[in-house]
Write a protein that binds this ligand. Structure first.
Ligand code: ADP
Ligand code: MG
Ligand code: MG
Length: 880
């Protein structure tokens, strides 16, 4: 195996082996740019080292050969007392992990070479001793685990003794003495002298960089960024160049465009008479790159030419690190640069205009996640608001409002025009009206898949959950945090993008992208909006998946339409049974005779019909999928314990309440140990006579009423929780019986959400015009774990163990649940080639899942209105 590549031998095509930094240094050498000579030790060598604790056989010799070549190119030799070569030993993995691993500078300095270094730089002994003390410090800390603060303390002591607070206040003699002190510290902690053999310094530095792959912060960073743990890092050995040799030297970082806005024009910082690490450490104030033009015009012009060349080569924004040593420019690093979401869109559109990339490629330069970010309002933090806590960023956005601790009150205050933030320890379905009414939701418990988080994301509502520092006392109507008491009515601001919670009202900036979707901002008004408009337009042109929305109300449907939805893929009818209609549902459940039940249904019918009419109106001309009622009926009744207490108290007072008593009997009768697997969905429809019929009739009547007004309606009736074709056939027959005489035609289809339905999809397709995957239930039942209970129980541990990289409720599990999807698509279409197939679970708005649904051959995805543009973009991205 070849373990070492000279810069002249590599390139980005070897990124896996050379890492990003090594690959890009090699690219620059290829382009003929001024890069100090050097070589890269591969990730292969690192992996071997981490596996065995030892360097792989032959590595030392190979390094020796490449070192000789480096020495020839540099015209200097490592350890040469008269004219020593110094090198840096730099980490660089395949994926950028900024600042997570180690770099050691000035390797090769020893007692014997330090004078030679001074000689190289025209007798600058101060510089030489300063470089030496930096090496001992970096090497000591990184290679030998000497606590860094020992060196810092010695440096401070030297400055105090000299009566200065600035490093520059120390002269050559002071620094020489400091080197002595540093060596003592090194010896005290390692039991050995600081190594005087440059090759030993080099070899041990390389090993330390290998090892830094497993540094705690690197491990954490990888977990967070979903970077595989077994890649290892490459190590770059680079001849040192010095930016700290006087006024005609310096160092800087630069971007070929503004990484914040994407606007063209170079952008960067420069620091004269300094080394790169000084800039990164922010020790001294930098000046804008433009200042270099006055300081050193030739170097500046050369840099501009190089940056243009890099953009042309990479066809994208690049960032660079450079150093000028006495007027000579050196490139130390480049890569395709990170950028904000806004810049990603602006740059992609700009590159199309420049003829550098085409629209298909522009689509690959942006992501749905970035578009999602651009749709949320953001806080203006210039007023430096007081941050009181940080929780989990569960559902992005910026929300401001008065703290309220119960849902009912939240709904009432909101109805009166007060902006509220619902604060709970955790939420449950009873909190729904309050969650809908609130600007945002804040909880002290639960993670990204807690009830609060999932529901809030579905609604596009800002949510911070699991802010554990909050001590929420609902009864006392206040929470305490860090000794501060926040009472009901006090205003807080929560940032669902960062998880931060602020006291008081922080000003909010609305998203221009959303104003554009809403039609209140024209694309010409703002370069970002223009870029989004173009790129999204192209996505619409190339995508095969249609995008629908999950919406139950006129407002949601209308918004979804403005956001580009091509229909409704899921209207959940159960939400229509809440609020004032609850008593009607109670009557339905309590009915002992057909008459009473029919009377309750007859009262529900016109209400339901009116709901559908409004929805059809909002979506005129587009398909609307109505799902028949899904949850167990007892969800509409009061909780058992609460009601038991109420009835018992009333009876002990001798004031029994017949209604409550009957309700309690019903609740007890209907109690289920596993309601998720109980009497719900199609089972309910087959057991409670007249319930589905009422809903189907309401669909038909609403369709006729709309048609009479000239509204084009395309209703689709969807049956939930089907596991056997016979269930669907029964409902289908009933529906056809009802619809036929009214002259209404509707597609009738089913959710595929029970694993058995997926496995018998070939049969089910006989009775279905369409399938819609309910991936939440399919995931829940496919894995056999309850979505509402897994969060605290074991998900964190499972993520830690790598059993899954991301929650299967967030992103579809391709191998398992995805297999069920593929089977159902294939066998369903075999029975019925024109079967229309979509998805309406949370996954319909998740980028990675959308790519899967595209591959699996679905016809559409359906997601919450706010996710519609994201889904359009990702559907386009999956098609190029
Ligand atoms: P990181 O990946 O954390 O940026 P680097 O390997 O780029 O670490 O190095 C840290 C700092 O040292 C950077 O500012 C870089 O420019 C500087 N540096 C690295 N190698 C050399 C070198 N051969 N000559 C001069 N400065 C260098
Ligand atoms: Mg760097
Ligand atoms: Mg379901």
């Amino acid at each position: 195996t070849k373990y070492v590549y000279d810069f002249a031998e590599g390139g980005m095509e070897l990124k896996d082996l050379l890492g990003g930094k090594g690959g890009n240094l090699a690219e620059m050498v290829r382009l003929g740019l001024p890069v100090p000579p050097g070589f890269t030790v591969t990730t292969d060598a690192c992996r071997a080292y981490l596996r065995t604790g030892d360097e792989p056989f032959g590595l030392a010799d190979e390094i020796g050969l490449h070192l000789e070549r480096l020495e020839r190119q540099a015209g200097r030799r490592l350890g040469d007392t008269a004219d020593p070569l110094l090198v840096s030993v730099r980490s660089g993995a395949k994926f950028s992990m900024p600042g997570m691993m180690e770099t050691i500078l000035n390797v090769g300095l020893t007692d014997a070479t330090v004078a030679g270094l001074a000689g190289q730089t025209g007798g600058d002994a101060r510089f030489a001793w300063d470089s030496y003390r930096r090496l001992i410090q970096m090497y000591g800390r990184t290679v030998c685990d000497v606590p860094g603060d020992r060196f810092d303390a010695a440096l401070d002591a030297a400055k105090a003794a000299k009566g200065t607070t600035d490093d520059l206040g120390l002269d050559a003699a002071d620094l020489r003495a400091l080197v002595g002190t540093y060596k003592d510290i090194f010896r005290a902690h390692t039991g050995r002298d600081f190594p005087q053999d440059p090759r030993e310094q080099l070899d041990r530095s390389i090993r330390a960089v290998f090892q830094s792959w497993n540094a705690e912060r690197a491990v954490l960073y990888r977990r967070q960024e979903h970077i595989p743990a077994d890649l290892g890092t490459a190590v770059n050995v680079v001849a040192m160049v010095f930016g700290n040799l006087g006024a005609n030297s310096g160092t800087g970082v630069a971007f070929t465009r503004d990484p914040a806005t994407g606007e063209p024009g170079v952008y960067g910082d420069y620091l004269a008479n300094a080394q790169g690490e000084d800039v990164v450490a922010g020790i001294r104030n930098t000046v804008p790159l433009q200042a270099l033009e006055e300081l050193d015009k030739p170097a500046y012009d050369e840099l501009m030419a190089i940056m243009a060349k890099l953009e042309e080569h990479y066809r994208d924004l690049c960032d660079i690190e450079f150093t000028i040593e006495r007027g000579k420019l050196w490139m130390l690093q480049t890569r395709v640069g990170k950028r904000t979401a806004a810049a990603a869109f602006v740059i992609a559109a700009q590159l199309v205009d420049d003829g550098v990339i085409d629209m298909d490629e522009a689509l690959t330069r942006v992501t749905g996640a970035q578009l999602g970010q651009l749709m949320f309002p953001a806080f203006d933090l210039s007023g430096d608001p007081e941050r009181i806590a940080t929780g989990i960023a569960a559902s992005p956005g910026a929300a401001v409002g008065a703290v309220v601790f119960d849902a009912r009150r939240a709904a009432r205050l909101a109805a009166g025009g007060t902006a509220v933030i619902l604060v709970r320890r955790e939420t449950n379905p009873d909190d729904l009206p309050g969650m809908i009414a609130a600007q945002g939701i804040l909880t002290s418990r639960g993670g990204k898949t807690s009830h609060a988080a999932v529901v809030a994301r579905g609604m596009g509502k800002t949510c911070v959950c699991g802010a554990e520092d909050l001590d929420v006392n609902v009864d006392a109507r206040r929470f305490t945090v860090a000794g501060r008491v926040v009472s009901e009515g006090d205003v807080v601001s929560i940032d669902g993008t960062t998880g931060r919670v602020y006291l008081g009202a922080v000003p909010v900036q609305p998203s221009p992208v959303v104003r554009y979707f809403e039609g209140t901002l024209s694309p010409g008004a703002d370069p970002l909006v223009a870029a989004v408009d173009r790129i999204l337009g192209h996505a619409d042109k190339v995508r095969r998946l249609a995008v629908r929305a999950n919406a139950d109300t006129f407002d949601d449907a209308a918004r979804a339409r403005r956001f580009g939805a091509q229909g409704i893929g899921l209207c959940r009818t159960e939400h229509m049974f809440l609020g004032e209609r609850r008593p009607l549902v109670e009557r339905l459940i309590l009915a002992r005779t057909d008459e009473n039940r029919d009377a309750a249904l007859a009262e529900l019918l016109p209400l339901q019909r009116a709901d559908f009419e409004r929805l059809f109106q909002a979506m005129h001309g587009l398909p609307v999928t109505i799902r028949l009622i899904d949850p167990p009926l007892h969800e509409f009744l009061p909780p058992l314990d609460e009601l038991s207490v109420k009835v018992a108290l009333a009876e002990s007072r001798g004031e029994p309440d017949g209604h409550d008593r009957a309700l309690l009997d019903a609740v007890q009768r209907m109690h289920e140990e596993n309601p998720m697997l109980g009497l719900r969905g199609v089972r309910l429809g087959l057991v409670v006579p007249g319930l589905f019929a009422m809903q189907i009739r309401a669909v038909a009547e609403a369709t006729l009423a709309c048609r009479a007004r000239g509204v084009a309606v395309h209703p689709e009736i969807m049956v939930p929780l089907v596991g056997a074709v016979q269930e669907l056939e029964a409902v289908r027959e009933e529906a056809l019986r009802l619809l036929g005489p009214l002259g209404v035609r509707a597609r009738i289809g089913t959710m595929i959400e029970v694993p058995r339905a997926a496995l018998t999809a070939g049969e089910i397709a006989r009775a279905a015009d369409f399938f819609s995957f309910g991936t939440n239930d399919l995931t829940q039942m496919g894995w056999g774990f309850s979505r509402d209970d897994v969060e605290g129980a074991f998900f964190a541990r499972y993520l830690e163990l790598g059993i899954f990289g991301v929650s299967p409720f967030e992103s579809i599990d391709r191998d398992g649940v995805g297999r069920l999807v593929r089977i159902a698509v294939e066998e369903g279409r075999r029975t019925r080639p024109d079967l229309h197939i979509g998805v309406c679970g949370e996954h319909g708005g998740d980028p990675a899942s959308i790519h899967f649904f595209h591959e699996a051959g679905l016809d559409y995805v359906s997601c919450s209105p706010f996710r519609v543009p994201v889904a359009r973009l990702e559907a386009g991205r999956s098609a190029v």
